[in-house]
Write a protein that binds this ligand. Structure first.
Ligand code: ZN
Length: 279
């Protein structure tokens, strides 16, 4: 969750309802590309390759596209049609199109996700005190049970970051073998301030919605699945919060406060031995 626009109500394009394109099927992509002049194509097939982002086979009749192009918008489809018509050479626009499609952000994300399977994700230091850690683990466990029907991974590593500047929370998504995994949930240390008690719960739900959207639907942004989950669990279905927020005066200072446990949530098995931490 980004905190850049907090309180100002500004919306970026990607946040607008419905602006995330629906994932394309091969047939739909074929239809779109043929309508854009790539009329030699008879088949478009999506693949999760590690390196090849597109290829044209079958004597120019089959376009193989990386999975990362399933979210191509109309403009990118124009470029892909040019690529299909001119896999090599062609007019200057075709050369430009081959360049543009290489830098399509959802493709880069998808390639990074594949890359994650080889290298453990880099994470930063954890500045949670043992009591804060127990609190966060218990909060995650309780929300998982109460709000997500226990569907999220148990014992997901949670970390407090004092270095986060532009975000309140973030999950690290990746793949292992063939399954999607979440390796960490990191939260901004400022969330432990008293003034941010309501925001902390909102950010937890926001990030946990990302966990469900990724694991169950392969949705890594604020797309359709994430928005639906966010509404279901009762957090604002937006990339950014509009709540008033507090930040610690000196970013180099720690925060040792352990907030109260939200009323109505039961601690269950995750309850730490020091139950009195939660007033
Ligand atoms: Zn988010």
């Amino acid at each position: 969750m980004s905190k850049k626009e907090v309180g100002r109500g500004a919306r970026t394009r990607s946040e607008e309802e419905g602006s995330t394109p629906e994932p394309l099927s091969g047939d739909r992509a074929l239809e779109e590309l043929r309508a854009r002049g790539a009329d030699r194509l008879v088949k478009v097939s999506f693949r999760a390759n590690r390196r090849t982002i597109w290829s044209v086979t079958g004597g120019g009749t089959v376009l193989n596209l990386h999975e990362g192009y399933r979210r191509a918008d109309p403009e990118l489809l124009d470029h892909l049609a040019l690529v299909a018509r001119h896999p090599r050479g062609g007019p200057p626009e075709a050369r430009k199109a081959r360049q543009v499609v290489r830098h399509h952000p959802p493709l880069i994300e998808a390639l990074e996700a594949i890359h994650d399977t080889r290298r453990p994700p880099r994470t930063g230091p954890n500045c949670a005190t043992p009591a804060q850690q127990a609190y966060l683990d218990a909060l995650y466990g309780a929300l998982n049970r109460a709000t997500f029907a226990g569907a999220l991974p148990a014992g997901l590593p949670i970390r407090l970051s004092r270095r986060m500047r532009s975000t309140w929370g973030k999950v690290t998504l990746g793949r292992r073998r063939r399954s999607r995994v979440v390796t960490e949930l990191a939260l901004n240390l400022d969330l432990m301030l008293e003034a941010n008690d309501a925001l902390r719960l909102e950010v937890m739900l926001h990030e946990m919605a990302h966990v469900e959207a990724w694991i169950l639907h392969g949705d890594r942004g604020h797309g359709r699945h994430w928005k639906r989950i966010a509404r279901r669990v009762g957090c604002t279905p937006r990339a950014r919060s509009r709540r008033p927020v507090a930040t610690r005066k000196d970013p180099d200072h720690g925060v040792e406060r352990v907030p109260p446990f939200p009323p109505g949530l039961s601690l269950g098995d995750e309850a730490p031995v020091q139950g009195e931490l939660f007033r």
